[in-house]
Design a protein around this ligand. Structure first.
Ligand code: PGA
Length: 269
């Protein structure tokens, strides 16, 4: 796993947007896996800026979101479809018919989950999956104990996640207890992953993810099994990483590689 430690939240957002924008320029018909939450807001703001000011073209991009709360429809202000429209889709030239968010009001979640997986396959799979991380180490809503081979399905949120997300709802009672979420296995099939984390509250989860054992108790740690993951964290979220100096050294080598002063080989995954 490549680990990039940036100075602050804003720098994480800009760096993450660079990765996404590079892919969209290189492969204009790419399939993006998208995430919601506080962490990704900076990245989306920068992508909107790149679209407005530099003409970054999303017209042929396809997207799949990770998850949605059960019971919330697209017009509910806390639904993830609403979040995506509000912060991203309404401000770029993506074709809304090419954007996919699981349906929190599906009548048959089993059938809906299977269909979601099928749609991802039909689009050729996800080229780049953006991920946040929960304080409990979850990716998407794959709470501790989720099977590392899991696929899209319903998941019960932990009390910790409900508490973390209550800030968006006003009270814990208003946070849905269930979500429909891509599985760890679904995420591991994407071609590349970009894991973002900001703030002190994420420091332990980041350490466990990057330097701990692979375990279903920290579902983000399954990313250690993936061939191409870049984790971008700010100083606070990276505070407990024991090998920070080495990660910096790797980034210096990467800069050398890009400048052409070192052999062009794919390195440091
Ligand atoms: P956050 O959520 O970005 O709002 O902290 C991340 C997550 O729970 O995956």
């Amino acid at each position: 796993m490549r680990v990039i430690v940036e100075l602050n939240r804003e720098a994480v957002g800009r760096r993450a947007a660079q990765f996404v924008a590079d892919l969209v320029r290189r492969e204009p018909t790419c399939v993006l896996g998208l995430a919601t939450g506080g962490t990704v807001l900076g990245m989306y703001a920068e992508l909107v800026r790149l679209h407005r000011e530099e003409g970054l073209d999303f017209s042929r991009v396809v997207s799949f979101n990770l998850d949605e709360y059960v019971g919330l429809g697209p017009s509910h202000p806390q639904s993830y479809r609403f979040f995506m429209q509000q912060h991203v889709f309404d401000h770029i030239n993506i074709d809304v018919r090419n954007t996919h968010v699981p349906d929190g009001r599906a009548l048959d979640f089993e059938a809906h989950s299977e269909q979601y997986e099928k749609m991802i396959k039909e689009e050729g799979g996800i080229d780049l999956q953006v991920l946040g991380i929960g304080t409990d180490g979850h990716i998407a809503f794959n709470e501790p104990g989720s099977s590392l081979g899991s696929r899209t399905r319903l998941k019960t949120l932990t009390e910790e996640t409900v508490r973390d997300n209550a800030r968006f709802f006003g009270s814990m009672e208003d946070v849905p207890q269930l979500a429909v979420t891509m599985g760890v296995g679904t995420i591991l099939e994407s071609r590349r992953c970009l894991l973002l984390a900001c703030g002190d509250a994420k420091a332990k989860a980041v350490r466990n993810t990057v330097e701990g054992p692979v375990t279903a108790q920290v579902t983000a740690s399954a990313l250690q099994l993936h061939r191409e993951v870049v984790a971008i964290v700010d100083e606070d979220a990276g505070r407990l990483l024991e090998r920070r100096d080495y990660y910096r050294q790797v980034e210096q080598a990467q800069t050398l590689l890009r400048s052409g002063r070192a052999p062009q080989i794919a390195a440091d995954r």
